[in-house]
Structure formats: structure tokens, C-alpha cells
Design a binder for this molecule. Structure first.
Ligand code: CA
Ligand code: CA
Length: 264
């Protein structure tokens, strides 16, 4: 896969900005408390909080209600994320590396490590299993459950890194994207890929020039936009904005080569 020159340029600028702001403060990993998730029925465009019990110490949690539309219906889940877990991810280093590309060596974030970080498994799994259960209750097939989950992620607001963090490029761990209530393309792609993998499906991160999305592992004969990589077929999944289904690539990225980040 070819490295992308336009993306590399912006990443190098981000590297300089970021290097000046690195803190060495280390925060101990908190005693693990998984987030509490409840799915809710949405009636009259407002989530029905009947039956919702807040955590015992609500001041220790970030309370979030996520709403989205899929299959002509509105959906919502309530997620209570321990503040200690969020603080822990916030102070973690942003993994990075020097990579050898066809045009030489360049700096980049190690985006795949935001997806596969071991400590994140529980937080992501609780949400993934909730979404999976919601889909199974509807009697949906795998592809619809994956589309439903994509709609959940697409329902998060798009926020630019420079506005929300002051950095040109700032990848978020999945828990951060949920508490921050959104992010930009790599943040929502990291979140979606994490959910897809936690559900037991296959995914990679894909990066067309100056963008990031997810490749969802599919059978070779499933039609749609995607990438052949490593002998496998990955359908393109756009995680920003509404309306793109799995296998639908925005036209500005159609036909362009993309860098693939394997998730193992
Ligand atoms: Ca970004
Ligand atoms: Ca970001």
C-alpha cells in the first residue's frame, strides 16, 4: 500500500506541535469499572428514561445519552462511563512511530494501537454487546447489525481536532470519543473498528489521502466499494456524517489508493 503524501505533510506538522506539549505525568490505571450501558426506546423523539437507574455514585460518572436513526426508527443508549477510566485514557501517550514509505521515512501516529489497546476491551465490549443484543432482538443479520452500529457512530457530532484539542491531529481512544461526544474521522473510525472487532467481526483502518475510514471484512462476492488487501475483501465504511452505508465511498475518495492499518 502506498503512503499518502498529503496526509504525511499534515502529520509532520502535527508532530512538531505535539512534541512541544508532551507531558510526562503518569496516572496509575484505575481499578477497573466498566461503563454501564442501557438501551432505551425513543418515543416522540425523546429517550424514555423509565427504568433507568443511575449509578450509585453518579458524580463519579460521565453520563451520556446517544441517539441515532436506523431503519426508519430512532434508537438511544445511555452510557455511564467512570470518570477515572476517562482520565486514565486522556493521560495515556498517543502511540506513534517512524515508518518507511516509498518516498522515504516519515512520522505518523500508530492508529491501530488506539483500536487494540488491551485496557479498552471492557469499555468497548460492554457497548458492543449492547448494540449486538439490540440487533439480535430485531432479528437482524450480521450485515444489518454492522450497519446499525455504523449509524450509531455516524450519529456522533463531527468535531475538528484543532477546535477541541488545539492540536492539528489528535487521535482519541474509543472511550474518549464517547465522553467527548464525537471527534473527527480517525476518532470515529477507531471507535467503529473497535466495536466491530469486539462484536467478533473483522476490520482494518483505511486511510485514503487526508482521511480515515474503516474496512469491514466481507466475503469476496459482497458488492460495494472497498479494498482488496492481504487476500481479503474489505468494504469501505465512512464513519463521519450520515447516510453512507457499508460499501459506499464518498466520491472524493473513490478510486484512490489508501494506506491500510491492520488490527491484530
Ligand atoms: Ca484528525
Ligand atoms: Ca481526532
Amino acid at each position: 500500500m502506498r503512503a499518502v503524501t498529503a496526509a504525511v505533510t499534515s502529520l509532520l506538522i502535527a508532530a512538531v506541535v505535539f512534541a512541544g506539549a508532551v507531558t510526562t505525568m503518569a496516572v496509575a490505571r484505575p481499578e477497573w469499572l466498566p461503563p454501564e450501558v442501557r438501551d432505551l426506546v425513543v418515543r416522540d423523539r425523546a429517550p424514555d428514561l423509565t427504568g433507568y437507574q443511575p449509578p450509585q455514585n453518579p458524580e463519579d460518572y460521565h453520563h451520556r445519552v446517544f441517539e441515532w436513526t436506523y431503519a426508519g426508527k430512532q434508537w438511544a443508549i445511555v452510557v455511564d462511563i467512570p470518570k477515572a477510566s476517562y482520565d486514565y485514557f486522556q493521560q495515556l501517550p498517543r502511540p506513534e512511530r517512524i515508518t518507511q514509505g516509498p518516498d522515504g521515512r516519515y512520522w505518523e501516529y500508530a492508529y491501530e494501537k488506539f483500536v487494540t489497546r488491551e485496557e479498552d476491551d471492557q469499555s468497548v465490549e460492554v457497548i458492543a454487546s449492547t448494540l449486538l443484543e439490540m440487533g439480535r432482538r430485531e432479528g437482524w443479520t450480521d450485515d444489518r447489525i454492522l450497519s446499525f452500529t455504523l449509524a450509531f457512530v455516524q450519529g456522533l457530532p463531527y468535531t475538528s481536532d484543532s477546535v477541541t484539542t488545539g492540536y492539528n491531529e489528535y487521535p482519541r481512544y474509543p472511550l474518549e470519543t464517547l465522553v467527548d461526544n464525537g471527534g473527527d474521522c480517525e476518532d470515529t473510525s477507531i471507535l467503529y473498528a473497535s466495536l466491530v472487532i469486539a462484536m467478533g467481526y473483522g476490520a482494518v483502518l483505511v486511510s485514503p489521502p487526508a482521511h480515515m475510514a474503516v474496512g469491514v471484512l466481507a466475503k469476496d462476492d459482497v458488492p460495494g466499494d472497498g479494498y482488496h488487501y492481504g487476500g481479503r475483501w474489505y468494504l469501505y465504511a465512512e464513519t463521519t456524517g450520515d447516510g453512507f452505508g457499508i460499501g459506499e465511498i464518498p466520491k472524493e475518495y473513490a478510486g484512490l489508493s489508501a494506506q491500510v492499518y491492520e488490527l491484530v
